[in-house]
Every structure is written in structure tokens, then in C-alpha cells.
Design a protein around this ligand. Structure first.
Ligand code: ZN
Length: 510
């Protein structure tokens, strides 16, 4: 039964009537609600210090193995020409085999020779793996280059075309350089210690024995790879129909390498993807930049294969780049192959091509986007939010694809309103702005993951730059309440107080 004075309908009127009955009641309720809220929170009227941020650790985490950070200590001086003196001229398959076996036996700690498989004619496709095995095997695969996750891996081959002798010689020269100059030449030593380099100097031994471009099936092995293969007269019955290209392709695919280099002979050019089309490669900007540097360094023209030389489908370079996601190039030595009657040694004949090869290896970390946070700053703390700015530096010549920022979820910190992550230019810096929301005070660990694909091509690797930071939020400055600023919290408390009063009034009416 309703008593007199409470008969008028409507919630608002009910509240108004409550005022009439006890005008201080809402105020008391509001103060009580605020007291409960503020007692539970580290809010102080005397905020004397501001939040700070410190870097605890920064590391790079690839989604596939073999990538490591060896770029920080890269020497920038002129690239030394290897101190190899060899009087002989060109290798046949047979004396190359003997020489590779002797080299592996002489350098057991840094060289291992194995066979990828047999040619149609039953000849081994030798691959020399060159790395510092002692440090590779120690410590759970942690390399000695100051990073976790392995070593920079390069795959180098030559002799797809059996009559292209100088391309093979270039690959053999690289093996000699790494093994003979290890411990003496600083760069060769660094490559062996911090890299994992695989060299297959003669992909087509049968063709070499017969001085023939194609293999024993008269198939062009460099048109037989399983990427954009086309059915043409000497391309094989299907992709990887030939044992030589199949073995080399399987060796490549098993490695998940960071760079691919193939040696040929014919024109004096550094060839870049794509080969199968005249269309621009997704990472054309990176390739053109790198090609320009190499042309300046060596004088060898750098061209897009398809539009600058000729269209070649099913090539190993396109397979490495398009199917396996690694930066890739082909170095062609000009076709003046036979220098038998000249005084020019092979290493001098090939010095420019060799210099380009060494540059590629030296800069392997930069043949892609490579993000590193170079500076960080925190502002706010007396307003609504904490504002974090990160200077993200791209150390590479590539541009990152699809950069996303996430924050560690266990810290009680939410990250909102990330801005500025669209493009981080090659060799440039971009600012990433974000808002942090937390109710924590004191030392709050904060993990920020900047994840991106290191090349634009779809098959490339995802890389995460993992930043471990520490927020220091003094008690006195913690004005962030569950993600809401104080003014909104007071407003909500007021509404809650009013609603409580109304509910209480309505319950009395029942
Ligand atoms: Zn060739």
C-alpha cells in the first residue's frame, strides 16, 4: 500500500520526492560511493612525479629459423679481394670433385661436403656447407654472432648450364675464399663464423662433361623449377621433372635461406627478379636500390631479368624469391670464357663479379625490411592516458609489409590507438604513436611486438621485433582508473548513486 506523498508516478518525480523527504540523502550516497571508489585506488591530490619508461631488452624473432642479427658490426671499408693464387685454369667435373674433397678434408671444422643427389649420368651434385661447426653445435644452436635463432644462411649455386664455365669458377672461387682466407681475412672469417653458406658449384655435371648447356635429357635446368613453369620445348615434362633441378630445388627448400645467388655466363649483368614476366617484382624498389649500389661498386649493369634481358620461366632465381620468399639474384659473367692464352688469372678475371657477391653476403641483413626501435618516450600521466612514442628505424633496403603492433597481454596494460604504422621507409625512421591504458602502478613490464613481413612478396618471412620495456608509474600520478580518467569515474559514481536511490525508492513502492 502506497503512503501519501508517493502516489505520483514516474522515476524522476520519485527522486524529487526523496529530496523533499531528506534533501541530503543523494549527496551522502554520492560521497559514500566516491569514497569507496577512491579508497580502492591510488589517487592522490599531490602528484609530484611522472611515469617513466625504460628499455629492458630488444630482440628480433623470425617466424622461421636461420635469421640472426649480424649486421650491427658490419665493416664498411672496401671489400678485400681474396688472397687466392691459383695457377690453373678451369675445372672439369672430375678435378672439381677432387678439389672439393681435398678442401673438405683440409677444413673439417668449417666445411662439409655432401651430395644433393645424382645427375642422369650418375654424377654427384656436390654441395659444400661452410660455417663454424664448433660454435654452431654448441649452445643449443645459438650462434656466436650475439643473437639467438641461428645464422644468416645463403645458398649459392653455379653451372645450371654445363657449358657456362666461368659461372662455375665463380662458385668455386667463393668456396676457396671462405675456406682459404678464414682466420686471415676479417670478412671471410666473419662470414664463416656468423653465416651458414651452402655452395653447389655445378648443378649440371653431365652438361659440363659434354660441354653442353642442357642436361642429358636436353632440358634447360634453369627453366625447370616449380615456379611459373611453362610447357615449352626444352623446359621438361613438368616442373622439377629433371633430377638435377629437383635435387637442387629440394636442397634450397630444405634450408629456408636468407639469400640466394646463382651464377651463369653469357652477359655481364647482375640480374634481378622477376625473370618470368616483365611485370615489376613486389620488392622492385629494394632490388633497384641494391642493383644501383652494386653497379656503382663494380660497374656491372643491374637489370630486371624479364624486362631487361629476356623472359625466362621456371628459373631457380624466381623459385628462390617467389616460392621460398628470399631475396635472390643471378650474376652473369660475360661470355668471353676462354682466356687460356692470356696472363689474366681466373680470380682477376672474375674480381668484379666476386666483389658483387661479397657485397651481397656482407649486406644480407639489409636485403629486406629490418625494424629496430631506436628511441622511445612516454608522456601523459596527468591526463586521460599514457602516450607512448616509438622511433622505429628500418635498417634494411626493403619496406615492411603489414606492420602490426601488439602488446604483451599479461601485464595488465592495454594498447589502443596505434598510429603511424602504415609505412616505414627503407633506411628511414617512422614514429609509432600509441596510447597505453593500465590501472597498475609501480614497475609494470610491457612487451611490445612489432610484427611485419620482411619482403613484400607473399612467401617472405614474418619477423617480430620484440621490445621489452618497463613502465614506472608512481602512486601519486596514477590517475588512470581501469582505463577511465577521474572525471568519467566521478560521473559514473554519481549516476550509480542516483540509480541506487531510485531503485531503493521503487522497492519501497512495492
Ligand atoms: Zn646460364
Amino acid at each position: 500500500m502506497r503512503s501519501k506523498g508517493y502516489a505520483r508516478p514516474g522515476v524522476v518525480h520519485g527522486v524529487a520526492l526523496a529530496h523533499r523527504r531528506n534533501p541530503w540523502r543523494p549527496v551522502i550516497a554520492l560521497v559514500a560511493a566516491l569514497s569507496v571508489l577512491t579508497a580502492a585506488l591510488p589517487v592522490s591530490a599531490t602528484a609530484t612525479s611522472t611515469p617513466q619508461i625504460h628499455l629492458l631488452e630488444q630482440e628480433v624473432v623470425p617466424d622461421r629459423p636461420f635469421t640472426a642479427a649480424a649486421d650491427a658490426d658490419a665493416p664498411n671499408g672496401p671489400i678485400p679481394i681474396p688472397k687466392i693464387i691459383r695457377s690453373r685454369v678451369y675445372h672439369t667435373y672430375y678435378d672439381m670433385t677432387t678439389e672439393l674433397q681435398d678442401l673438405a678434408a683440409a677444413h673439417p671444422d668449417i666445411a662439409k661436403l655432401s651430395s644433393l643427389g645424382k645427375s642422369i649420368g650418375g654424377r654427384d651434385l656436390w654441395v659444400m656447407r661452410i660455417t663454424n661447426f664448433a660454435t654452431l653445435d654448441a649452445g643449443n644452436g645459438t650462434a656466436d654472432n650475439g643473437s639467438e635463432g641461428g645464422r644468416w644462411t645463403a645458398y649459392i649455386d653455379g653451372g645450371h648450364h654445363g657449358n657456362e664455365q666461368l659461372g662455375m669458377e665463380l662458385a668455386i672461387l667463393m668456396i676457396h675464399y671462405l675456406l682459404d682466407d678464414y682466420g686471415g681475412d676479417p670478412l671471410a672469417t666473419r662470414f664463416v663464423d656468423a653465416y651458414d653458406i651452402w655452395v653447389t658449384p655445378m648443378v649440371n655435371p653431365d652438361g659440363n662433361v659434354k660441354d653442353n648447356r642442357e642436361n642429358n635429357n636436353n632440358i634447360d635446368l634453369n627453366r625447370n623449377y616449380d615456379f611459373e613453369w611453362t610447357d615449352e620445348s626444352n623446359h621438361g615434362s613438368g616442373p622439377f621433372s629433371e633430377p638435377e633441378s629437383r635435387a637442387n630445388g629440394a636442397g634450397m627448400a630444405a634450408l629456408d635461406f636468407d639469400f640466394y645467388l646463382s651464377y651463369h655466363t653469357g652477359v655481364d649483368e647482375i640480374l634481378l627478379p622477376w625473370a618470368y614476366t616483365t611485370d615489376l617484382a613486389p620488392d622492385d624498389e629494394m632490388y633497384v636500390t641494391v642493383g644501383g649500389i652494386l653497379t656503382n661498386l663494380t660497374g656491372i649493369p643491374a637489370v630486371r631479368t624479364g624486362s631487361g634481358l629476356y623472359v625466362a620461366t621456371g628459373s631457380s632465381m624466381d623459385y628462390a624469391y617467389g616460392a621460398l620468399g628470399a631475396p635472390a639474384s643471378t650474376i652473369e659473367v660475360d661470355s668471353t670464357q676462354w682466356r687460356w692464352l692470356t696472363a689474366q688469372a681466373v680470380e682477376d678475371r672474375l674480381s668484379e663479379e666476386f666483389e658483387a657477391s661479397v657485397w651481397f653476403l656482407e649486406h644480407i641483413a639489409e636485403l629486406r625490411a629490418r625494424l629496430s626501435v631506436s628511441a622511445w618516450s612516454l608522456s601523459g600521466g596527468s591526463g586521460r592516458d599514457l602516450h607512448l612514442s616509438l622511433d622505429v628505424e628500418n635498417l634494411g633496403y626493403g619496406t615492411p609489409n603489414g606492420t602490426t603492433v601488439t602488446v604483451g597481454s599479461t601485464t595488465g596494460v592495454r594498447i589502443v590507438d596505434v598510429e603511424g604504422n602504415a609505412t616505414i621507409p627503407a633506411k628511414g625512421t617512422s614514429v609509432l604513436n600509441m596510447t597505453l591504458v593500465t590501472s597498475h602502478t609501480g614497475r609494470v613490464p610491457l612487451e611490445i611486438n612489432i610484427t611485419y613481413r620482411e619482403l613484400q612478396v607473399n612467401s617472405s618471412r614474418n619477423v617480430t621485433t620484440l621490445l621489452t620495456l618497463e613502465l614506472v608509474i608512481p602512486q601519486g600520478s596514477a590517475v588512470i582508473i581501469g582505463g577511465l580518467p577521474l572525471a568519467i569515474a566521478v560521473l559514473i559514481a554519481s549516476v550509480v548513486a542516483v540509480v541506487l536511490l531510485v531503485l531503493r525508492r521503487r522497492s519501497r513502492r512495492l
